[in-house]
Design a protein around this ligand. Structure first.
Ligand SMILES: [Zn+2]
Length: 191
């Protein structure tokens, strides 16, 4: 089964056999049974979860996707039928620059600027600092240079917020740069 999504989400039918990505990137927001947003998945994966009755449709698009001999409402938001416990480790996902910047509000954690962002190890690697969520912050290039290989107290530079593993919403926003309107009520900070 292919899950083509029209480039124009307002409506026209997708070209048959031609996989295209919509403005939403062909993504579906996945909510826990509690309606807490936990992830994004592909349209295909969402349909499989619904067919297996592991998820229910919460929001659908105004257009449809072709599936075998029929067409289905294009799911926008689904909800898992059973509550999935999200261990804290599940949020310790791959560290990417975009996810660090998104977690830190696209602002240098030392001076607050939004320009020339880089990532900084709070405890420098040369001093045994790890490459983990709680030791990496967004830093502008000038602050990063100024801090250099010094410890925060040596440089007199401390992150504005103690860094830690981001909430699931950060990854949802990174995975889907354009948040579809139908997702917004489930993502309080994207409203
Ligand atoms: Zn800075």
């Amino acid at each position: 089964m292919s899950s083509p999504v029209p480039a124009d989400p307002t409506g026209s039918a997708p070209h048959s056999g031609h996989r295209r990505r919509g403005r939403d990137g062909g993504r579906v927001l996945v909510l826990n049974a509690t309606y807490e947003p936990i992830n994004v998945c592909t349209v295909r994966r969402a349909i499989v979860l619904m067919l297996k009755e592991k998820a229910e449709l919460v929001e659908e698009a105004a257009w449809r996707v072709r599936a075998e001999t029929t067409s289905l409402a294009r799911p926008m938001v689904i909800r898992l039928v059973s509550y999935v416990k999200i261990p804290r480790d599940a949020h310790r996902r791959k560290i990417t620059r975009r996810a660090v910047f998104a977690r830190d509000g696209w602002a240098c954690q030392y001076c607050g600027t939004a320009s020339s962002l880089t990532v900084d190890h709070v405890i420098p690697r040369s001093k045994g600092g790890s490459s983990s969520w709680d030791n990496i912050v967004a830093s502008c290039a000038p602050c990063n240079r100024r801090k250099g290989d010094l410890l925060p107290r040596q440089a007199g530079m401390h992150p504005r917020r103690a860094p830690g593993a981001p909430r699931a919403e950060v990854f949802i926003r990174v995975a889907s740069p354009t948040i579809p309107v139908s997702w917004r009520q489930y993502l309080p900070e994207a409203a």
